[in-house]
Ligand binder design. Structure first.
Ligand SMILES: Nc1ncnc2c1ncn2[C@@H]1O[C@H](COP(=O)(O)OP(=O)(O)O)[C@@H](O)[C@H]1O
Ligand SMILES: [Mg+2]
Length: 375
């Protein structure tokens, strides 16, 4: 299987040196690329992406871009950059009809100073990067910006967080037309967007959120990744991803001679402390170095704050200028649901667990620990 995967990602007729452009850029001159993946849904992929991204932006002062490639569009929705368009019910499945089509909001930089359509795509999504050539696709800023009025003194490190949201209809099209969008083609689209438009030079870290069960897209992203993070629970169906994803990463290593490292990260969805039985189930992930499992006891925190964040009403997207023009009451309502885990009390055990996990990841990505935090 590993041989087939690497072969399918080779460009026919090209020698190795030109087949993978990302491998030729010195690592210190480009963003680290991280992919969060597991074939199973509901394991915490999207949750991990936003918490890790925010923590590294705020605690390490890094420039972070997150990219949603899941047609459920949960990541973009959490930052207020997704809107629902109702759909003709007769032409849709029940699930889709209930939520309508989820698409990115009109890009705030779409209009130029005179109010005329400008140089960027009206709506920028990950699907467009994979379908078209991505030259006018522009990330959306979030409330984490160096000069963010939303955050003020809470962002002393001057980090930032941008996002490329998903688009339910377009991503669904790519999935159902996988024959026309094989892994190699998807890889090249991302590679071109990242390199030709300066994206890999503009950020320190780029994190991809992935859909469950999309073979071609996942293989393309593993080839792109420096690090693949696999959230797991003590349950066989989530753990089986360690084998399959690690095999894909080994194939990716052989294809481009670059390291595609795996990190297996326990995300105990429901229980803060693991039972003896759960620990036994998890034993195998410590037995094989290639799974990159974090040291025993280091795991993502389980917290009510994490769970509740999902249900908080996300206020409409506001660019910093519009935010500044609001009065005090309006500002309060317009504030996004930033996680108090990240800037909350340092004595909070969940925050300490999060810090330990992010510190480990930061070390793996950047070769150094998080800067020490002042109180
Ligand atoms: N560590 C955690 N503590 C509490 N709830 C969590 C945690 N991780 C995930 N969840 C909850 O589990 C659900 C599924 O998480 P999600 O990130 O959407 O998974 P996926 O992206 O893999 O489908 C969400 O409701 C989320 O809030
Ligand atoms: Mg998700």
């Amino acid at each position: 299987m590993s041989g087939d995967t690497s072969m399918s990602l080779y460009r026919e007729g090209n020698d190795m040196s030109t087949a993978f452009r990302l491998a030729e850029i010195p690592p210190q001159q480009r963003a680290k690329i991280m992919v969060v993946a597991n074939r199973k849904g509901g394991v915490g992929k999207t949750t991990l992406v936003s918490f890790i991204a925010e923590a590294i932006a705020l605690w390490a002062g890094k420039k972070v871009l997150i990219v949603d490639t899941d047609k459920q569009c949960n990541l973009g929705a959490a930052y207020g950059v997704i809107e629902n368009r109702s759909q003709d019910v007769a032409h849709s499945f029940a699930g889709q009809a209930m939520r309508g089509i989820q698409e990115p909001i009109i890009h705030p930089e779409y209009y130029d100073e005179d109010g005329e359509p400008g140089m960027f795509a009206v709506r920028s999504s990950s699907a467009e990067i994979m379908k078209e050539n991505g030259q006018d696709i522009c990330p959306y800023g979030t409330y984490i910006q160096p000069d963010s009025p939303h955050l003020g003194k809470l962002n002393p490190m001057n980090g930032m967080l941008d996002i490329i949201p998903g688009h339910s209809e377009e991503l669904n099209y790519l999935h159902t037309h996988a024959d026309k969008y094989p892994a190699r083609k998807l890889y090249e689209k991302w590679e071109s967007w990242l390199i030709d438009y300066g994206v890999v030079e503009g950020y320190d870290l780029i994190i991809f959120d992935t859909p469950p069960l999309d073979a071609e897209l996942n293989e393309a992203l593993f080839q792109l990744a420096d690090h693949v993070v696999i959230p797991v629970q003590p349950a066989k169906d989530t753990l089986s991803a360690c084998n399959t994803i690690t095999m894909s990463c080994i194939a990716a290593n052989m294809a481009d001679n670059r390291i595609h490292q795996v990190t297996t990260l326990i995300n105990p969805l429901n229980s803060g402390n693991l039972t003896q039985k759960e620990q036994t189930l998890l034993d195998p992930i410590y037995n094989y170095a290639a799974f990159g499992t974090l040291p025993k006891g280091v795991m993502f925190p389980r917290s009510r704050i994490i769970q509740e964040r999902r249900d908080i009403e996300v206020p409409a997207y506001l660019d910093p200028e519009s935010f500044e023009s609001l009065n005090k009451e309006e500002k309060k309502r317009a504030k996004p649901p930033m996680s108090s885990l990240i800037w909350g009390k340092k004595s909070d055990p969940a925050r300490q667990k999060l810090f330990t996990v992010v510190n480990e990841l930061h070390n793996r990505f950047f070769g150094e620990p998080l800067p020490l935090q002042k109180d």
